[in-house]
Design a protein around this ligand. Structure first.
Ligand code: BGC
Ligand code: NOJ
Length: 815
């Protein structure tokens, strides 16, 4: 069953009923000001950091799940009835409802008793504010006397403290109201120099800034006293819970439409100019007044919206494809690319499933996010790489996370996740192939963000590999440390106390035995990538060294990491095998099968084929490929968190979508386009739209997990949006199935598509040159004959034009 449809031409997903199985959200903002926005106008906003600079409040694990947001009430003053065009929070029956989630905006519309109201929510480019652009139409045959109420609830900035420290926070709230604008300035009197504001394009009938006055005692968002009475209280918050609510009266003739724009914004004053006059306690509003005045004009609002659209046209225009498969097209051209931007911006911090107060930016996550993003905004990728590298330790190890606001490593979690450093090499290699910007390798970057410790970025990459070489276990495989890619395989933790962090617990072992075959595969790849970087950087000795490092690890994996039918997963702290036919549970894991093949291990001698066949036999389901089998039925202290989940969920035999594209890429490397695309389709949200009532999460973005076959809810997805699945599936589809990928010497065109496809076309901007590519199938295989601008190309890489032309026409014939 579906809850909406794709409007592909408009690049929108149209939700046609508000009671979706879970909140179906969108994100607004893509620079500094961000918001989560659900299809029923729920969600919250923040500036840069969802924990430390929260602008509006979110309540965790709420009932209903999506409650609290950017609400509008339309009241008929003739009889006192009212509704919310977004259905929530009033939840009355609407005569019509629709939400269009688009690129950085959502338009939520509702109709009741002949009054239609539609709100376009978005964050203009270059501004730290969001616009709620409301249009109200009287479709009745007689005049309507209406009241419009808007409301947002402020968070007292630090979202964690806001959610817990009431003894203080109920006594700190402060606002100012000036020229009908509400200013939220809690803690501004002391150490903050930032505030929020809420303004309206129309003359106000009244306002409220104290929640209790707006809602009334013992009432909720669904029937606020101000709305029921048709009258605001003009309250001024002093402590308690500051809100921003406006009341506007509208008299509409039959058929008349009026527009009201609300603006919620954030501003930082210079520390020396906090007050105006300087010796007062009055906010200095001089810098924001211009902005507020600007967006009172509807023309400025429309221009800002056009600017946002143009920005997304440019970003998405970098890759556009036309294939025989609608799901591939809409994911690649629109939604998957869009999701990559969200994961790049939010990492894993703020979503329906991430509270925004927990995690910072992950070292491994952010490096992988680059894979899906670097072609869109290379300058931001550059900055991100340098920020990540600056949190590396001199040993080459890394903090597992860092905070986006301070850009410092997160001490609560620390380091010792031994896969982390390899991802930096892989992220940088991708950046270099895409941009050719070798100057980044000479950038001076500190260790542990400590001034005075700077070395060139290239040296950071060398230390990454050095760390790996310094942490080799008894079989010659990499030691796992706290965990590898699988945060829940905790081989050194032995946790037996509730509440202990599986990831952070140390001391149960000396850490010198448990080894990871997954990291071994990753290392075969990362050292080969570093060899490639060394070559481009003019360091032939390094190149040779890293190539031989890669080959040695490849040999070690064959010797100690092969189980007969598939790659082993690991050795535990007692030296026992994990992911082996010898185990009763957890005999085979997906990660080493996918990644060892990506690294090229066993492609020539058939081990790779065997491993992928085993994946198909033991792990593949119709809803995607599960992480391991058989699921762990009880807790194994020597394995940690993985065995803490009920079978079929998360890392315990769930379909952990992030690693499915590894198998997809691996299948393309073995030339199997049918199998690759089949696996792609199984987890592809658009292809699962028809089963939305089972799948439950948004059909336009990938989810981290789909319940595996051991769970009663097999096929049900969770943790949508913020997942490494976004970048990896985008990369798998574009770079490996469609086969268009950046290399040091040009753009490779080497598709491995299904046999039934007659071909496809694509436009791909690479290093500022637009490659217009047409692929035609002449036979069932994957051999490619390339012609670029009428001239045959040797091999499968089309170099950049030497004469500075900005367009290349590529014709590819597959046979
Ligand atoms: C989750 C993992 C996550 C880890 C680290 C675990 O509880 O299951 O998916 O990666 O925590 O945050
Ligand atoms: C989620 C984490 O963000 C990611 O880094 C990790 O690889 C997966 N969980 C698997 O455990």
């Amino acid at each position: 069953m579906k809850y909406g449809y794709f409007d592909d031409a408009a690049r929108e997903y149209v939700i046609t009923r508000p009671d979706t199985p879970l909140p179906w959200i969108n994100y607004i903002g893509c620079e500094g000001y961000f918001g989560i926005l659900s299809a029923t106008a729920g969600g919250y906003s923040y500036y840069k950091d969802a924990r430390l600079r929260r602008i509006t409040r979110g309540r965790y694990n709420n009932v209903p799940m999506d409650f609290g947001g950017r609400y509008i009430y339309v009241r008929d003053n003739a009889n006192g009835s009212f509704f919310s065009p977004s259905w929530m929070p009033v939840r009355g029956k609407l005569d019509a409802y629709e939400c269009r989630h688009g690129m950085g905006y959502s338009i939520i519309s509702g109709k009741k008793d002949g009054i239609a109201a539609s709100t376009r929510y978005f964050v203009p480019m270059g501004e730290n504010l969001e616009i709620w652009d409301l249009t109200v139409t009287n479709e009745r045959s007689e005049a309507a006397d209406l009241s419009i109420f808007s409301v947002a609830e402020f968070c007292l900035w630090d979202a964690q403290d806001d959610a817990t420290n009431f003894q203080r926070n109920f006594s700190t709230g402060q606002v100012e109201v000036d020229d009908e604008v509400i200013y939220h300035k809690t803690e501004y009197r002391e150490r903050r120099n930032h505030f929020a504001f809420f303004s309206c394009s129309e003359k106000l009938e009244g306002f409220d800034t104290q929640r209790e006055n707006f809602l009334g005692a013992w009432r909720g968002w669904e029937d606020p006293k101000a709305v029921v009475d048709g009258k605001s209280d003009n309250s001024i918050a002093y402590g308690w819970q500051p809100v921003a609510s406006n009341h506007v009266k509208l008299s509409l003739k039959p058929g008349e439409t009026r527009r009201i724009t609300f603006v919620l914004g954030y501003h930082e004053n210079p520390k020396t100019e906090k007050f105006d006059p300087p010796d007062s306690q009055t906010l200095n509003k001089k810098y924001v007044k211009k902005t507020i005045a600007k967006f009172r004009d509807h023309g400025a609002v429309d221009a800002a919206f056009a600017g946002l659209k143009a920005n997304w046209d440019t970003l998405l225009g970098k890759i556009q494809v036309k294939t025989p498969d609608i799901h591939t097209d809409r994911m690649v051209n629109v939604w998957n690319a869009y999701q990559c931007m969200a994961t790049f911006n939010m990492s894993r911090s703020a979503s329906t499933f991430e509270s925004g107060i927990g995690r910072g930016l992950g070292f491994r996550d952010s490096n992988q996010d680059l894979l899906g993003f670097v072609h869109m905004v290379p300058e931001r990728a550059r900055e991100r790489i340098l920020d990540i590298a600056a949190t590396q330790f001199a040993s080459g190890g890394a903090y597992h996370q860092y905070q986006p606001m301070t850009k410092k490593g997160n001490n609560d979690i620390g380091g010792g996740f031994n896969d982390d450093p390899h991802w930096l090499v892989i992220g940088v290699a991708q950046y270099l192939k895409e941009t050719g910007d070798y100057s980044i390798l000479d950038e001076q970057v500190p260790f542990d963000t400590t001034p005075g410790t700077e070395v060139p970025l290239y040296e950071h990459l060398r230390r990454s590999l050095q760390y790996a070489l310094d942490n080799i276990g008894p079989h010659g495989l990499p030691l796992i440390g706290q965990a590898d890619w699988n945060d829940c395989l905790n081989l050194n933790c032995f946790s037996d106390e509730p509440g202990q962090s599986f990831q952070c617990l140390k001391g149960a072992t000396d850490g010198k035995t448990a080894e990871s075959v997954f990291i071994a595969g990753l290392m075969v790849l990362s050292s080969r990538e570093l060899a490639g970087i060394a070559k481009e950087h003019g360091k032939p000795e390094d190149e040779e060294f890293y190539l031989s490092t890669s080959q040695k690890m490849d040999a070690t994996v064959r010797q100690h990491g092969w189980d007969g039918e598939w790659f082993l997963r690991a050795y535990d702290a007692n030296g026992h095998k994990i992911g082996s036919k010898e185990n009763d549970e957890g005999k085979i894991f997906i990660e080493p099968q996918g990644f060892c093949v990506i690294a090229g291990i066993g492609i020539e001698d058939g081990l790779a084929r065997k491993a992928l066949d085993s994946v198909n036999t033991h792990l593949a389901t119709k809803h995607g490929i599960v992480l391991q089998q058989p699921a762990y039925t009880h807790y194994y202290i020597e394995l940690g968190e993985i065995s803490s989940y009920p079978p079929g969920y998360k890392e315990n035999a769930g379909i952990f979508c992030h690693n499915n594209p590894w198998v997809i890429i691996a299948e393309t490397m073995l030339g199997n386009g049918d199998q690759a695309h089949d696996y792609y389709t199984r987890i592809c949200p658009s292809a699962r739209e028809e089963i939305s009532d089972l799948h439950k999460t948004e059909p336009y973005v990938f989810s981290q997990m789909i319940a595996g076959r051991d769970a009663p809810s097999h096929g049900e997805a969770k943790n949508s949006w913020l997942t490494g699945t976004a970048a990896w599936t985008f990369f798998a589809a574009t770079a490996y199935i469609l086969g268009i990928r950046a290399e040091y010497d040009g753009l490779r065109v080497s598709p491995v598509i299904p046999k039934a496809w007659e071909g496809f076309s694509a436009s791909r901007t690479y290093s500022g040159v637009v490659y217009d590519i047409t692929v035609k199938r002449a036979g069932p295989g994957n051999s490619v004959l390339l012609v670029a601008d009428g001239k045959p190309v040797v091999g499968t890489v089309v170099p950049l034009p030497r004469d500075g032309r900005k367009a290349v026409k590529v014709e590819a014939v597959l046979s």
